[in-house]
Design a protein around this ligand. Structure first.
Ligand code: PAF
Length: 285
């Protein structure tokens, strides 16, 4: 595995496979890798000739008072995990060069970014789309892999790619869960054993809503809020049932697909999770 720290070095490394018309898959991450990230690498490995993956804790997507400084970082270990999972090229730019203080450009997706995570974390998605656009420009992948765990991020990035005609296929991979249902997240590392138990409430509520899903968005939303509201140690931020594409909250009985999305604080840690509402129980995507 080659490690490139500058856009220049990355382009030089990817020049030859590009000229040889090899398919390039890309997995962007902020490091602190877990099985969820590695499942994206494996999906890219299975579908592409060359796999590039980045590690960049992106300061632009953290708000004031959020955990940018505390975000777990272990570059050496992450690079070893990338290599073991079959990454060919790791891109690890430094903050000062990749996000210089004098930059003037922001990529903003309107509407979709105002709800849910966007309402709770103003500016977060501008930080995500700006950096993902930069990463796509640097890597120029044919395919880019994102986890359904960050469902709104996935929807926003798909929209950016469509609106800007970016020549990249966005591939969504299912959320990876522990056997007890909790979604893998780098932020789970912040949880004490007791908080980890409390954090199960998010997936417990989502699975309950999915198991009882009869097409009624209002009762599914009420169930999510009841379960999460009653759980000790869990401070509900939002629990919504939305259109999977527009992320508009759904009301009453709906004929089509729906997505349940939740966010809550457990101790000092903010966690998110989501699930497709589907009576057959298929697909945690
Ligand atoms: O999902 C993440 O880890 C980040 O939001 C991403 C896509 C790497 C952009 O910084």
């Amino acid at each position: 595995m080659d490690v490139c720290t500058t856009v220049h070095a990355l382009r030089a490394r990817l020049d030859e496979p590009r000229r040889a018309r090899q398919t390039l898959g890309f997995v962007p991450t902020m490091g602190a890798l877990h099985e969820g990230h590695l499942s994206l690498v494996r999906a890219a490995r299975a579908e592409c000739d060359v796999v590039a993956a980045s590690i960049f804790v992106n300061p632009l997507q953290f708000g004031p008072g959020e955990d940018f400084a505390a975000y777990p970082r272990d570059l050496e270990n992450d690079l070893a995990r990338y290599e073991a999972a079959g990454v060919d090229v790791a891109f690890t730019p430094d903050v000062a060069t990749f996000t210089p203080a004098d930059r003037l450009t922001t990529v903003h997706v309107a509407g979709l970014t105002e709800r849910l995570e966007g309402a709770a974390r103003p500016g977060h998605f501008d930080g995500v789309t700006t950096i993902v656009a930069k990463l796509f420009t640097a890597v120029q992948p044919e395919r880019a892999y994102f986890g359904a765990k960050d469902y709104q991020q996935l929807v926003v990035i798909r929209r950016m790619v469509a609106d800007l005609d970016m020549p990249v296929a966005v591939v969504a991979c299912p959320t990876v869960r522990e056997p007890d249902g909790i979604a893998l997240s780098s932020r789970n590392a912040y949880l004490t054993p007791e908080q980890r138990e409390q954090a199960r409430t998010l997936s417990r509520a989502l699975f309950a809503a999915r198991d009882r899903w009869d097409g009624d968005a209002d009762s599914a939303r009420a169930l999510l809020r009841r379960i999460m509201g009653a759980a000790p140690g869990v401070r509900l931020d939002y629990a919504e049932v939305c259109d999977p594409q527009t992320l508009e909250p759904l009301e009453g009985v709906v004929g089509g697909p729906a997505r349940a999305l939740v966010a809550a604080h457990v101790g000092g840690t903010r966690l998110i999770d989501n699930l497709r509402l589907d009576p057959c129980g298929a697909g945690t995507q």
